[in-house]
Design a protein around this ligand. Structure first.
Ligand SMILES: Cc1cc2nc3c(=O)[nH]c(=O)nc-3n(C[C@H](O)[C@H](O)[C@H](O)COP(=O)(O)OP(=O)(O)OC[C@H]3O[C@@H](n4cnc5c(N)ncnc54)[C@H](O)[C@@H]3O)c2cc1C
Length: 455
């Protein structure tokens, strides 16, 4: 390195030190590295097109905690996370100009809103002779490693899986930086991490979280790694994952890694390599494979997003075929949101989402199918409500799954339909789950509880 050059590392949905390519690249290329996180006002204070808050309180709280954890970890490396609230491209451009940086490093996003911001910033940087440097950070597989060009990615998951899982190696995750950062040659105010109230939510909601929550999710890399250790090494829960993953109650039926994955507190490559280590030391079985299988779904939806672009957000989905029966009836939608449809299995799941920000995969499949196929509501309304409320919202996973369930995505099975009653009896045979969320059903016998709306 000849000159003492400066760089900004723009943290986005990669709130971690391990396996962070943008951070490592910046440390390799620049003498002074300035880590920054922006709470973008459009993401945190804006509304979706059907009027839901863009980022609901559970996710906002999780992100606040994740940013605080990242700041804490960076301080141990003699660095400081600069935090701001506002319009990302304005803030970063002003900072780049003032600090006379050479580059902004970031992990590239592909979905429309995120890409628009990064493109705008890149254009502005060019005007002052600076550059964006993009890295990869979200997936198991890199586009460049795929055995086909992105436009030829199979639209059917099984085909995709078979073409990648046996031949494409998952790269090793990068370690955390192993040295302290060089001190900055100027003072820069660190900025406060906003509170929930600053972001337009009621702080009181978090003084007494709903005790029925499956897990008290706490944001940040530290907690994400703890959860991974717990699920694999401390409890061996992973050994039975395939049998328990369709559960509904408690913290242990599935990994619950999704919120940490969504904010990038955990790298999927780290999870994969921990799984491999676990298999080598404690044995492989169908369950240890199945967690990898589910992570492949995550990658698959991301590749679908990359291949089909904005189609995943449009009513016709990646297939381009909307159902003419769909309506946008706000009263019906509201009943679904409030858990007031009268169908216990649907209502219990919707109440769980409303009061905790989480819902099991089985629940998500059922409530989504019910909204679209039984209530005939435009699926985009449901997807937006999920976007607003889920603690683990991830654009490609959410919109990809909704495409799939609504029948406008890549499901090879025509007209997939979840029969709520059959599903409820199968996955909640004693009614424990519905009674947990609907205590008024406590005295109804198990064999009647799922049909209690008929009584
Ligand atoms: C309508 C609908 C919307 C969804 N929205 C989201 C979302 O916004 N964010 C999100 O992370 N997941 C979403 N999912 C997928 C899935 O429900 C969650 O990933 C899972 O319930 C999270 O719990 P877990 O971490 O315990 O999962 P586990 O069963 O332990 O799975 C491990 C990981 O695999 C990935 N995974 C599992 N199933 C899927 C799937 N079907 N699609 C994509 N990735 C998967 C997740 O990253 C998950 O954390 C959605 C599913 C449906 C049906």
């Amino acid at each position: 390195m000849t000159m003492k050059r400066r760089a900004i590392v723009w943290f986005r949905q990669d709130l971690r030190l391990h396996d962070n390519e943008a951070l490592q690249d910046a440390l390799r290329n620049a003498y002074e590295v300035i880590p920054v996180y922006i709470f973008d006002e459009r993401t945190f204070k804006g509304k979706t097109s059907f009027g839901f808050p863009k980022t609901g309180k559970y996710r906002a709280q999780f992100i606040i905690e994740s940013v605080a954890d990242l700041r804490h970890s960076l301080r141990k490396l003699n660095s400081e996370l600069i935090v701001r609230v506002g319009k990302t491209e304005d803030i970063l451009f002003a900072m780049a100009k003032e600090c006379k940086t050479s580059w902004i490093f970031c992990n590239r996003e592909r979905t429309a809103e995120e890409a628009r911001i990064q493109d705008e910033l890149e254009n502005r940087l060019w005007s002052i002779g600076q550059e964006m440097r993009y890295n990869r950070g979200k997936m198991l597989y890199y586009t460049a490693d795929l055995p086909f060009p992105i436009q030829h990615t199979p639209d059917v998951f099984t085909q995709f899986r078979k073409e990648v899982e046996r031949i494409v190696p998952v790269r090793e995750p990068l370690p955390k930086p192993d040295r302290t950062f060089n001190p900055l040659s100027f003072e820069f105010p660190a900025g406060d991490i906003p509170t929930l109230e600053d972001l337009g939510h009621d702080e009181d909601d978090f003084t007494a979280p709903d005790p029925r929550v499956v897990l008290s999710f706490k944001g940040g890399e530290t907690e994400g790694i703890k959860r991974l250790q717990y699920y694999l090494w401390e409890t061996n829960l992973i050994k039975n994952y395939k049998e328990t993953r369709n559960g509904l109650l408690g913290g242990d039926y599935s990994s619950k890694l999704s919120p940490w994955l969504a904010q990038g507190c955990l790298s999927p490559k780290l999870i994969y390599h921990e799984l491999k280590k676990y298999e080598a030391q404690r044995g492989a079985n169908e369950s240890t494979y199945w967690l990898f299988f589910e992570l492949l779904w995550r990658d698959f939806f991301r590749f679908m997003g990359k291949k089909h672009g904005n189609k995943i957000f449009q009513i016709g989905g990646t297939r381009g075929q909307a159902d003419p029966r769909w309506t946008e009836n706000p009263q019906v939608l509201q009943k679904w949101i409030e858990g007031a449809t009268g169908v216990p299995f649907i209502d219990a799941n919707m109440l769980e989402l409303k009061y905790t920000g989480f819902m099991s995969n089985r629940g998500r499949q059922n409530v989504a199918s019910f909204l679209v196929k039984d209530l005939n509501i435009n699926w985009q309304m449901g997807a937006e409500y999920f976007e607003s409320t889920l603690i683990d919202y991830d654009a490609c996973s959410n919109w990809g799954n909704w495409n799939y369930i609504a029948g406008v995505g890549s499901d090879p099975r025509e007209d997939r339909y979840f029969n709520t009653l059959t599903q409820a009896k199968r996955y909640d045979p004693h009614g424990d789950y519905v009674k947990h969320w609907l205590p008024e059903l406590a005295d109804i016998p198990a064999d009647k509880v799922h049909e209690s709306e008929l009584m």
